[in-house]
Design a protein around this ligand. Structure first.
Ligand code: VG1
Ligand code: CO
Length: 599
């Protein structure tokens, strides 16, 4: 048994340690400055207060990006010094963001302990490596991101911090081998428990039934997916599958879940070995950055693929996002959540008793709204960022939710969940094809989406991102758009001068949200222009970048006429895009003639 002392280290505040949409994200060179990470971690402990820190059980893990291993050792030593009772670390420090949430909610330690919170080390879809981004965020006892009340407090603390506590004499822990190491400090015992990264997460996802034939009874444990049904689909020679983790942490879970549990061929996995720099790529699952998958699925403009798989998916660095593709077919994330919600009760055992409600972030298309109306479900529209869904779920008001930014999930945890979304799609495919895996034609991803549009109508949707533009220019553009909102007549005159075939704006505002559970109000959550025919233009500044500003422009148009739902989406949206760019004076304010990424 080793012993450690607590040492108090004097420090001074760093500017800009304000958590954004999802934690604090900065360049690695900023994070590795002496005391930088330590200040933020101590500010978090101070924001939580001694009651929630002393004796706590904290999960510390992440997506394995550059600097994670050092950060884990630092946070472990600071936790010990602050009186935390035990730290839980996924093997090699690897846990996807949804796996962390699952571990916080479900894992029980060998001594019966339960986690009380988590530090997640990730900058999610931002690139990694010595010259790229690192990030950290804190999740609460419900497994969800800290609410704004806490993140504001953390930020305040970072502006006044004078000292932090760190254990002296505590050796670096070996995070590559599972097992518990125990230490003794001035306040008593401190344990470090390194555990298998996937077991608890898998246990939550797998729906298991045990039949007691003699007594003619069967018990089903409350879990989520029908694994045997998915297994049958994956083993059918008619079906083929491809999963690209973009060298993020999802690869670890994917191998275990898709290959070892569900019997997918190992060759279905692409880029599933986590790398500190994501292989030099941008671990953001969209049509621009998930190049290899896009080519394999027959969607590349420069490469022709003779026989793409039936179903493909990609994840981001920390495994909470998903992109869903069919053979030569892209499913927009807004459609994906609507289609999952429409089919959940039939196809996914966890939802067989019905849905409590559904929710989407404001810029996400209204495809989910239409499903909610048809199925008479409670429906919520929240600001961007997963933290807003947590309250609804804790209050039993929401089962399925999603964001246009490739985030989909449910109340099984309190984060979006990339692998969950893939299993949800595999479940729908398995359900739709349960009678034709032998004879008959396979119902494809494209068939499912087109059938959905035929029933509910189609929301043409696109997002333009202008990454790393001049921050002042971005601010001026937003101010210009807010100012325009004071006269709708003026806006409509401008629009008619740009395109006469675009309908009238009937309402324009900055989105504001009052949480129906705790009554808290979040203002300035995006600038909206709503049109008479249901079309929308939304402008937001990103809260996850680490340099300059990123402007997001969201464009949506609803089409109910079934003879018009098969158009190319960029072509269908061209008039609205033109209006958006000219109305906002995008080129003038950003000096950019084209966006960095179109999704
Ligand atoms: C982006 C997305 C948002 C998402 C957030 C975190 O935020 O738009 O929908 O919740 O990233 O996702 P912003 O503020 O840059 O638009 V992750 O996977 O990066 O944690
Ligand atoms: Co992410």
């Amino acid at each position: 048994m080793a012993n450690f002392k607590v040492s108090r280290v004097e420090t001074t505040p760093f500017e800009g340690q304000k958590p954004g949409t999802s934690g604090l994200r900065k360049k690695v060179k900023v994070f590795i400055q002496p005391h930088y990470l330590q200040n933020f971690v101590q500010a978090t402990f101070n924001a939580l207060g001694a009651d929630r820190v002393e004796g706590a059980t904290l999960v510390v893990s992440g997506d394995g990006r550059y600097y994670s291993k050092d950060a884990i050792q630092i946070i472990t030593k600071m936790a010990a010094a602050n009186g935390v009772r035990r730290v839980w670390i996924g093997q090699n420090g690897l846990l996807s963001t949804p796996a962390v949430s699952a571990v916080v909610r479900e894992r029980v330690g060998a001594d019966g302990s339960k986690a009380t919170g988590a530090f997640i080390l990730t900058a999610s879809h931002n690139p990694g490596g010595p010259h790229e981004d690192f990030g950290i965020k804190y999740n609460m006892e419900n497994g969800g991101p800290a609410p704004e009340g806490i993140t504001n407090k953390i930020y305040e603390n970072t502006t006044t911090i004078k000292e932090y506590l760190i254990a002296e004499g505590l050796p670096d822990v070996d995070i590559s081998t599972t097992g518990v190491s125990s230490f003794e400090g001035p306040k008593g015992k401190f344990d470090v428990d390194v555990f298998d990264s996937t077991s608890d997460y898998l246990k939550l996802l797998k729906y298991e039934c045990f039949s007691y034939v003699q007594k003619q009874m069967s018990f089903c444990f409350q879990s989520i997916f029908d694994f045997p049904a998915i297994q049958k689909l994956l083993s059918s020679p008619k079906f083929s599958f491809c999963y690209d983790a973009l060298h993020g942490v999802a690869g670890v879970h994917a191998k275990r879940i898709f290959v070892e549990e569900l019997g997918a061929n190992e060759s279905s996995l692409v880029n599933c070995v986590p790398k500190e720099d994501f292989g030099g790529g941008h671990p953001d699952p969209n049509l621009t950055y998930a190049k290899e998958l896009v080519a394999r699925m027959g969607l590349s403009k420069t490469h022709s693929e003779p026989n793409p798989p039936e179903f493909g998916a990609a994840a981001d660095g920390d495994g909470d996002r998903n992109m869903v593709l069919g053979k030569r077919f892209f499913v927009t994330p807004s459609d994906s959540v609507a289609i999952i919600a429409a089919n959940a009760v039939q196809a996914i055992p966890y939802f067989s008793g019905g849905l409590k409600g559904v929710a989407r972030s404001m810029p996400t298309s209204a495809a989910l709204d239409i499903v909610a109306k048809h199925l008479k479900l409670k429906f919520f529209e929240v600001p961007t960022g997963w933290k807003f869904f947590g309250n609804l779920m804790d209050a039993g008001m929401c089962s399925i939710c999603g964001e246009e930014s490739f985030g989909t999930g449910s109340d099984h945890i309190r984060e979006k969940d990339g692998i969950w979304a893939v299993l949800a799609w595999l479940s729908i495919l398995a359900y739709k094809n349960k009678d034709n895996l032998g004879e008959g034609n396979l119902v494809s991803v494209e068939d499912i989406v087109c059938q959905h549009w035929a029933i509910y109508g189609r929301h043409y949707y696109t997002r333009y991102d202008y990454e790393n533009v001049n921050a002042d220019g971005a601010k001026d553009l937003m101010a210009h758009l807010v100012k325009l909102q004071s006269s709708i007549d003026e806006v409509n005159k401008l629009i008619k001068g740009i395109r006469s075939d675009v309908s009238n704006v009937v309402h324009a505002d900055e989105f504001e949200y009052k949480d129906p559970v705790d009554g808290s109000v979040s203002k300035h959550q995006g600038i909206r222009y709503l049109f008479e025919d249901g079309s929308r233009l939304v402008f937001r500044l990103s809260g996850t970048g680490s340099e300059g500003a990123t402007i997001r422009l969201y464009i949506e148009q609803y089409e109910k006429d079934s003879s018009k739902i098969g158009r190319d989406s960029q072509e269908a949206l061209a008039p609205l895009v033109e209006v958006a760019l000219k109305l906002s004076k995008m080129q003038e304010y950003t000096s950019r003639s084209a966006p960095t990424v179109i999704t």
